[in-house]
Design a protein around this ligand. Structure first.
Ligand SMILES: [Fe+2]
Length: 187
């Protein structure tokens, strides 16, 4: 396995640049969206891997990440990023944040009310509600409840007035979970 491509510093720089990018037609930019998602994980007392996954769940939208991993839907690109830099669990949580929306629409009758208009519009493009077979498959995965929880934080992280911790407060979190060159060479 080659050494991880992006350093923590480079990743934080990518997130900082996301301040320039609107988040579809929501009231937040992409950095605010990432920080609000991570804040919910932090406030909920989750571990570093889940906080990092929340912070990075949309990293697959970043041009520098797309340029490295090639074309594809952003959750898949983000999953590849997290598999290389953090862990398979982080990769699963990020890679499943769109399927988790399809899961929640299929299984929670009140969930649809929490979706923004843009998120409702994108649902059809993303495949619509999961079928019963897809629900069963999703529920068979060990971290599916965490994936569904991350999705709920994602949906709520579109508040143009929310106050969050600074991006710099996550650098230590990322350093604790980041794959080191030595670990990558052993894998
Ligand atoms: Fe998101």
């Amino acid at each position: 396995m080659s050494s991880p491509h992006f350093s923590v510093t480079a990743t934080v720089d990518i997130l900082r640049l996301a301040e320039e990018s609107p988040y579809e037609d929501e009231a937040v930019n992409q950095l605010q969206h990432a920080l609000q998602t991570a804040q919910r994980a932090r406030d909920d007392g989750r571990d570093d891997v889940m906080i990092a996954a929340a912070l990075l769940h949309d990293i697959g939208r970043a041009p520098a990440v797309l340029a490295h991993y090639g074309d594809g839907v952003h959750e898949r690109i983000g999953g590849l990023f997290c598999a290389e830099h953090i862990s398979e669990r982080a990769a699963y949580l990020v890679g499943q944040h769109v399927p988790a929306k399809r899961y929640l629409v299929a299984t929670d009758p009140t969930y649809g009310d929490s979706l923004s208009p843009a998120s409702v519009r994108s649902l059809a493009r993303q495949g619509g509600p999961m079928t019963p077979a897809e629900v069963a498959e999703f529920q068979s995965q060990p971290f599916h409840e965490e994936a569904a929880q991350l999705r709920r934080w994602d949906d709520a992280a579109k508040d143009g007035t929310a106050v969050t911790d600074e991006l710099s407060s996550y650098e230590a979190v990322l350093h604790r979970v980041w794959v080191t060159r030595a670990q990558a060479d052993l894998a």
